[in-house]
Design a protein around this ligand. Structure first.
Ligand SMILES: Cc1cc2nc3c(=O)[nH]c(=O)nc-3n(C[C@H](O)[C@H](O)[C@H](O)COP(=O)(O)O)c2cc1C
Length: 229
């Protein structure tokens, strides 16, 4: 008998600011044994160089398989290659528009188009602000085609202490939408039940006057009780 194939996720990184989201998605997927297939656009490589100390090779090593964006004959360009879904993190306005209008002009947008045509789950962590009517129309087009537009908007009810926590929370929420539960993430119901998320002792946090403190998050621990969702 053949082994069941591993869960498989296509990850696209395009040239919006916030490559940290894509990096964290790859790291989290690996912790739960999800096989990742990565494609990074040339603009995504530019933001990598601006925003991280990772080399292109270091980024590629976070994934199980990587592809060149020009390789439009790659496995993930075909609907016959079985994958469980695709996440674009971060997703630029250009890639959003290309996905919304099905241009398939590089391997990332082709793989996204395939994801939609195969009726698989597609999540776009669109990072642009403010939004023009063009952006909003492209978001509508993606949504009408069955995709999910999920800008990485931070949630403050968990009282995040660090940027790292904000990034992890958004990345984990995006993976949730793909049915990938990475576990051990603070969630509102669990927070209100008393399982508060605390910063680790090795991560001192800033206080309002700019000094650092190990006394806890900047806005204090999350309260218990009802909170609007
Ligand atoms: C440092 C940097 C930050 C950028 N941030 C954004 C952004 O947040 N959102 C966006 O839509 N485009 C952003 N851009 C512009 C895109 O990279 C550009 O539109 C590019 O053509 C996108 O190509 P891609 O979608 O193929 O990755 C940024 C560019 C650079 C160099």
């Amino acid at each position: 008998m053949t082994e069941p194939r591993p869960r498989r996720l296509v990850v696209g990184i395009s040239g919006a600011t916030g490559i940290a989201y894509g990096i964290r998605v790859l790291e989290l997927a690996r912790t739960v044994g999800v096989e990742t297939h990565l494609v990074v656009t040339p603009a995504g490589q530019q933001t990598r160089a601006h925003e991280t100390d990772l080399s292109a090779r270091g980024l590629a090593e976070l994934a199980d398989v990587t592809y060149r964006p020009a390789d439009i004959g790659a496995a993930i360009a075909s609907g016959s290659f079985p994958v469980d879904g695709m996440l674009v993190a971060p997703c630029s306005a250009r890639t959003l528009a290309a996905v919304g209008y099905g241009t398939g002009d590089n391997l990332l947008t082709r793989a996204a188009d395939v994801t939609l045509k195969e009726r698989r789950r597609l999540v776009l962590m669109v990072r642009e602000t403010p939004l023009s009517l063009t952006h909003l129309r492209a978001m509508t087009a993606v949504t009408e085609a069955g995709g999910i537009v999920m800008p990485p908007v931070p949630a403050f009810y968990l009282r995040p202490a660090t940027v790292d926590e904000l990034v992890t929370h958004s990345a984990a929420r995006a993976l949730d939408l793909l049915g990938i539960d990475i576990g051990d993430q603070p969630r509102w119901g669990e927070v209100s039940a008393g399982h508060r998320h605390q910063p680790t002792p090795s991560q001192p946090t800033s206080t309002r006057d700019g000094a650092t403190s190990d006394q806890g998050p900047i806005f204090g621990p999350a309260p218990s009780g009802a909170f609007p969702s």
